[in-house]
Design a protein around this ligand. Structure first.
Ligand code: FAD
Ligand code: UDP
Length: 378
């Protein structure tokens, strides 16, 4: 008999949740991670008594009550509601696009006034497209102008999007912008989901709870340690690293988008008054500034903690050795990923999971939901 039922490569949410349910079914697991810590991208580092989201701001949100109840059974979540503010040339606007934004942009006070303003600008965009013989929006710029009009496009979308994607809005696909909510109510909640929040005490508590009683090894790269020998220690492999790397890049390399962070401590309790401020003009080099304490400290607690930690977020072109963050959604990468997924299906002893293992953009809740489904919990 093998020592383990499962060798799990990667201690992110997929690997950790998988180990949790496996253990409850009496399975023996070993979780390895090449990083010096557990938790994958939700890992937080404590600085000045603040949980700093080391790999980017993470807000848990879901409509699935079973997923919400499950994560809350591991660690209770707080009432954090994501309501980013946009800074364009020093003037502030609420996001997502809602009555507050329309008031700040045009001084309109009622939904009818706001709708009339947007309709007027949409009509201009539509007329221009028709004159050019286009029936459907051909790119992100046209789509955005049809959705919300020129003023908001120029102020809140163009610069941010071009920084984030490193390409002009006229060269980006229309679908990227389709999911942005447009609301004719005074509601700054970025998400439409019924449940959202941050684990009280930080994400490390969620990971620690999921991995409680599970054997783990950090600083352990699968390719340097178990690649050739894993079948002698475990019956099955759960692999949440990059799918192309597993196959030795035999079909070619997948592209990734990445972000980098410049983090600093400010000697004041409250730097920007909000967890997330987007900088929507092209000239500011970063896309947004995160003030980590606001994810978990509210009211007086903000001031009880005398300092604050700030991260500027920069979009970057992925190069060898950087963290692969986001799959690139274009034809070349989609068909290459399909080819790797076909290879992956051939080995029934290996489960490919998570955003790197499946080359799909997953938020946290869908990752938990997938694992719960695999173990018959949903
Ligand atoms: P990961 O967390 O990436 O874990 C994979 C693990 O595998 C890593 O720890 C890695 O070190 C390890 N690994 C890889 N290769 C090897 C190897 N060869 N050997 C050993 N270990 C290996 N989701 C939300 O719901 N809300 C948000 O606000 C949100 N914000 C995000 C912001 C950013 C910048 C990013 C990048 C993602 C965000 N997400 C958000 C998505 C969220 O991070 C993912 O859904 C989640 O981390 C997926 O977990 P995972 O286990 O698949 O991957
Ligand atoms: N977006 C924008 N201005 C903003 C925030 C978002 O133009 O202030 C656009 C941008 O094109 C981005 C898309 O909306 O890619 C989706 O934004 P979201 O915050 O949902 O994406 P994420 O940053 O999580 O990838």
């Amino acid at each position: 008999m093998q020592k383990y039922d499962y060798l799990i490569v990667g201690s992110g949410l997929f690997g950790a949740a998988f180990a949790y349910f496996a253990k409850r079914k009496g399975k023996r697991c070993l979780v390895i991670d090449k990083r010096p810590h557990l938790g994958g991208n939700v890992y937080c580092e404590q600085i000045e008594g603040i949980n700093v989201h080391k790999y980017g701001a993470h807000i848990f949100h879901t409509n699935n009550k079973k997923v919400w109840d499950f994560v809350n059974s591991i660690v209770p979540f707080n009432r954090y509601t994501n309501s980013p503010v946009a800074n364009y040339k020093g003037k502030l606007y609420n996001l997502p696009f809602n009555m507050n934004t329309f008031y700040q942009m045009w001084g309109v006070r009622t939904p009818d006034e706001a709708k009339a303003k947007i309709e007027e600008q949409k009509a201009e965009a539509l007329a221009k497209m028709k004159a050019e013989g286009a029936a459907e929006p051909r790119n992100l710029e046209e789509q955005a102008k049809l959705l919300i009009g020129n003023d908001i496009y120029e102020t809140l979308i163009k610069g941010y999007t071009e920084k984030q994607w490193g390409r002009k809005c006229t060269e980006l696909p229309a679908f990227i912008i389709k999911r942005l909510p447009v609301r004719f109510v005074f509601d700054n909640n970025y998400f439409n989901d019924s449940y959202q929040g941050i684990p009280i005490g930080g994400y490390n508590r969620l990971i620690d709870g999921l991995l409680d009683g599970v054997e783990t090894k950090v600083d352990t790269d699968f390719f340097a340690s178990y690649r050739d020998t894993w079948r002698s220690v475990a019956d099955k492999l759960v692999y949440t690293g990059a799918i192309d790397e597993y196959f030795g890049f035999s079909l070619g390399k997948l592209d990734w988008r990445t972000v980098s962070f410049k983090t600093r401590i400010e000697d004041m309790p409250n730097f920007q008054g909000n967890a997330v401020v987007n900088y929507t003009e092209r000239e500011v080099p970063y896309t947004r500034v995160i003030e980590h304490k606001h994810f978990e400290m509210f009211g007086q607690a903000v001031y009880d903690c005398p300092r604050t930690v700030i991260s500027e977020e920069y979009s970057a072109e992925y190069k060898e050795g950087m963290e692969p963050y986001y799959p690139v959604n274009d034809d070349r990468n989609n068909s290459l990923a399909d080819a790797y997924r076909a290879l992956a299906q051939k080995d029934t002893d290996v489960i490919f999971g998570g955003r790197l293992g499946q080359y799909k953009y997953y938020d946290m809740a869908p990752v938990i939901e997938q694992v719960m489904t695999m173990w018959g919990m949903i």
